[in-house]
Design a protein around this ligand. Structure first.
Ligand code: WTA
Length: 682
């Protein structure tokens, strides 16, 4: 459902609230965007004098805009001859054809050339105060050793290497080593189970996996190598597993295992970079869709890197020397674009966060901001909501004066969390950028900044399209809505360099999911509201994908697992509004006739299955056993009805006349009341 904007309060975020200060700077023209100083390429864009004309230019002259940015911001081995060659209706997207480059050279060598001792990575290890700094020179050398090792062990251009590691410098070096030798990488979030990992390894057809002996998170050790061992048993393609040591505890090594660090020491610190075509694959990243099978979203070299770099620079006002703190895990697209590729392409210093927001206490983020002198902090609303509940004192204890921009990503940020982030964490000084984007978009697409320095920022709204992005709203009849205010299905009208190119091994699914619903447009799967001022607010998914603590999961994926239980006849999983997690998981389960297991035992069994086959975060908070599910006469489950029951919006149940047997709804309402009265969500 598309909801109208609920936000009323507005915060005008400017560089200073002090009138004297403001007038002093006005003398020097600070309050207008000096466009060529802001973006040097703009000096060559005809008619571009201020920020809004630059934005317009980037959309109406997108080829000139992106060509100039690609020439000035990337180092090419061979220049491109064609800026773009796209046909959205056919799912054909190509940028910078004819060009050749190497992503690792762009992220490392060119910065080593100018500032070898600049810190590239700050590894914020789980144990507070034990951070490790890695310079550009060190990261290049490590990457080269690993690139040479992979080459020596037979990894070739075009192969795909699966990486199952927590955020750490060797994980980044692994990604960049793949890029250096022309292999694609497939990073799998290290919270995924062995079965989920195996499914992704098989689909990516990886013969090499890189992992660590153990992970450490919130003081707890996780047996990552053991998970890989279990996964690899079901992956006939895997020939070798490179194992790095995160802890000192030895793990059992099998015939396929290679001691990665020991072998790397034998390698040279120089590794010839492969000349990659702009449209060669850089990585696959699996994400959930509305079917049970996760899709391997394909991103390619030049366009992705350029888009990650440009968004990182402009959305966060990243300046040379700043310390960028994106706390997402590298297993998600946010970690790829804003912990690794964007900051490194810009020669930045980026934090790799291994811990959790409340370890060892709820001051962790802010103590880290103080200790590492973080300038931009980028996190998820779910963590902000959690920390808000612990109170302001955990924030105020620490010096946050280095902060300049605060970012939010992955799910809607409610007004209360936004206000707290802005007023308490940022002391009312820092713009909060609520950034909307997806695994498929490669980088941020809708965001309050960049915009004029004193342009308003409305809490809880992503607001403005980034350069080159033209969002549109579609009504239910498939017509573009041009008036304001309006709601509709969010589409993007023009291709942009960062967008996904395909779904691995299933280009048809790519076309069907993103290109066919609204021919000629990229369909995002999200609904949005556009205010009378033209600002966008994301209202949520239009498909059966839910967002639990900022992690995307298809309800069909969970149903597939639940249905595998012998006692289960069928199930329907829906998302419901959850205070901290944003959305929680609610499963309606119909048991097979004659099953006499205790419901409590079955609930436990189902939770174990989901955590074993997918991951812990996908486990249902509530499991309601029902006699029947509400279905249409044609047998389709009416999820809308289930959602309304769980939201306790019984007046909003709508037309039930198409139900096969409307009495099911009463049973479900009754069962829901009983469940709620006796069970607290996990
Ligand atoms: C949701 C994460 C509201 C949205 C980068 C999208 C958001 C999905 C926001 C993508 C936001 C992301 N406000 N919703 N600022 N950012 N989403 O692929 O539903 O893990 O389609 O990428 O998260 O999730 P993904």
């Amino acid at each position: 459902m598309w909801l109208p904007c609920g936000c009323t309060s507005k915060a005008i975020v400017t560089s200073s609230a002090c009138p004297v200060f403001k007038s002093y700077f006005r003398v020097f023209g600070r309050w207008k965007c000096n466009v060529a100083a802001f973006m040097p390429e703009a000096a060559g864009f005809e008619g571009v004098k201020d920020f809004s004309s630059l934005q317009e230019f980037s959309v109406s002259n997108s080829e000139s805009f992106w060509a100039a940015a690609a020439r000035s911001r990337l180092s090419w081995i061979r220049p491109f001859h064609t800026v773009q060659h796209c046909d959205l209706s056919r799912g054909k997207i190509k940028w910078f054809e004819g060009g050749q480059l190497n992503v690792s050279v762009n992220c490392l060598d060119r910065h080593v050339h100018t500032s070898p001792e600049r810190v590239a990575l700050i590894w914020e290890r789980d144990e507070p105060g034990s951070e490790v700094k890695v310079t550009y020179r060190e990261l290049l050398e490590t990457t080269c050793r690993l690139g040479n090792l992979l080459r020596r062990r037979g990894v070739k251009k075009g192969d795909c290497v699966t990486i199952y590691m927590p955020p750490c410098p060797l994980a980044v070096a692994s990604m960049l080593a793949c890029a250096r030798i022309g292999a694609a990488h497939n990073v799998v979030f290290a919270g995924f189970s062995a079965e989920a990992l195996a499914e992704r390894i098989r689909d990516a057809e990886s013969s090499t996996v890189i992992t660590v002996n153990q992970g450490v998170r919130a003081g707890k050790v996780t047996e990552l190598k053991r998970t890989v061992d279990a996964a690899v048993q079901d992956c006939p393609t895997v020939q070798q597993v490179l194992v790095a040591m995160r802890t000192e505890n030895p793990v059992a090594m099998t015939a396929k295992d290679v001691d990665m660090e020991e072998e790397m020491l034998k390698e040279d610190v120089v590794c010839e970079p492969a000349a990659m075509n702009s449209e060669d694959v850089l990585f696959l990243l699996y994400t959930s869709g509305s079917t049970g099978k996760p899709k391997g979203v394909v991103h390619t070299q030049a366009g992705y890197l350029l888009y990650a770099a440009l968004t990182h620079r402009y959305v966060f006002s990243y300046q040379d020397g700043d310390v960028f703190g994106c706390v997402a895990d590298i297993g998600w697209i946010t970690g790829h674009s804003y912990s690794v590729y964007g900051p490194l392409a810009n020669g930045g210093t980026t934090v790799l966060f291994e811990s959790t927001p409340i370890y060892p206490d709820p001051g962790r983020y802010w103590e880290m901001v103080q200790r590492l002198k973080i300038n931009q902090f980028y996190g998820a609303p779910t963590a902000i909501r959690l920390l808000l509940k612990y109170g302001d004192q955990w924030v105020q204890k620490y010096d946050r004066s280095t902060l300049k921009t605060l970012g939010s990503v992955g799910e809607p940020i409610n007004t209360e969390a936004w206000e707290w982030y802005y007023r308490v964490v940022g002391d009312g000084r820092c713009p909060v950028v609520d950034t909307w984007w997806q695994t498929e978009t490669g980088g941020i697409c809708i965001t309050p900044r960049p915009s004029d320095p004193d342009a308003e920022i409305v809490p809880g709204m992503a607001m403005r399209p980034f350069f080159g992005i033209k969002p549109i709203l579609m009504d239910t009849k498939g017509k573009v809505v041009t008036s304001n205010p309006a709601s509709g299905a969010l589409c993007i009208a023009k291709p942009w360099p960062g967008m996904a190119r395909s779904i691995h091994n299933n280009h048809q699914r790519f076309i069907e999911t993103y290109c066919q619903p609204h021919p000629g447009y990229f369909f995002t799967g999200d609904g949005a509201y556009r205010s009378k001022e033209g600002y966008y607010q994301i209202t949520g998914r239009l498909d059966d994908v839910i967002n639990v603590s900022g992690h995307r999961i298809g309800t069909a994926e969970i149903e597939d697992v639940v249905n595998q239980c012998n006692a289960v006849a069928e199930s329907a999983v829906i998302g419901y509004s959850h205070d901290i997690k944003g959305q929680g998981v609610y499963a309606f389960v119909v048991l097979k006739k004659g099953v006499d297991d205790q419901e409590a035992d079955l609930s436990q069994q189902l939770n174990i299955m989901v955590s074993k086959k997918i991951a812990k975060y996908a486990c249902p908070d509530f499991i309601q056993f029902v006699q029947r599910l509400p279905k249409t006469r044609s047998g389709k489950i009416m999820r809308r009805v289930l959602r309304k029951v769980v939201e306790r919006d019984l007046n909003g149940l709508g037309d039930l006349s198409t139900l096969d047997d409307p009495s099911t709804v009463q049973e479900i309402i009754q069962g829901h009341r009983e469940l709620f009265s006796k069970q607290k969500p996990s």
